[in-house]
Write a protein that binds this ligand. Structure first.
Ligand code: NI
Length: 210
């Protein structure tokens, strides 16, 4: 890992949530993946969906369980003050705007704070946005493996005044993966709903034409 670049990125992070970090960090790890033209022929070489986690209903799930569906994958934590609630709200809007096509799209919220984000905590949280969103948590090792597979990133930010209320900086983009678990693109933080929907539908049309 390029620690100099990572250090620079970390320096730019807004405490609490990694605004703007997602795209830049993706570019470091997977050159060209965020700005390349998206098509079926170049969905190789980027991250591949891989995780083994526990859902907010207590079910053991792996990336293979979502084979055949498009996934929108977001890493965060339920105590996040801003980026996570905003992003999950945006995900709910995308699902609504997709109409019937939403049945083909599975949003996944993977916690990078498994100590606090128990399945029960996640269940309450995701239900506040849209009950189609699946919250995922696990052991630190399981979470770290998922973070590594997607090329995501997080870091704990201790609160020196109150150790109970630490924050977690994390990537802010949403990973869009195709039905075979291949990386398509990142939707950066606060991409307008219409743009996300069109980005998803463009891939659906392309896959339908193959
Ligand atoms: Ni957050």
């Amino acid at each position: 890992m390029n620690t100099a670049r990572l250090g620079m990125a970390v320096g730019a992070v807004v405490v609490g949530c990694g605004i703007g970090l997602g795209a830049a960090y993706m570019l470091d790890l997977f050159p060209g993946t965020t700005d390349r033209t998206v098509s079926a022929s170049n969905r190789e070489g980027g991250p591949v969906a891989a995780f083994s986690l526990t859902s907010h209903t207590g079910e053991a799930l792996t990336a293979q369980d979502f084979s055949g569906k498009y996934t929108l994958v977001f890493f965060g934590f339920t105590f996040c003050p801003d980026v996570c609630p905003t992003t999950l709200g945006d995900m709910a809007s995308v699902l609504d705007a997709l109409g019937d096509d939403a049945a083909l799209v599975q949003p996944l919220f993977i916690s990078v704070d498994p100590d606090r984000d128990t399945p029960e905590q996640l269940a309450t949280y995701v239900a506040a946005f849209d009950d189609r969103i699946i919250g995922l948590t696990g052991s630190k090792e399981q979470v770290d493996a998922a973070v590594a597979a997607y090329g995501s990133w997080y870091e704990f930010v201790p609160d020196e005044d109150d150790p109970e209320f630490y924050l977690v900086n994390h990537t802010a983009g949403v990973y869009f993966m195709d039905r075979e678990g291949r990386f398509v693109r990142v939707f950066s933080y606060q991409t307008p709903t219409e743009e996300v929907v069109e980005g998803i539908r463009a891939i659906m049309r392309e896959d339908a034409a193959v």
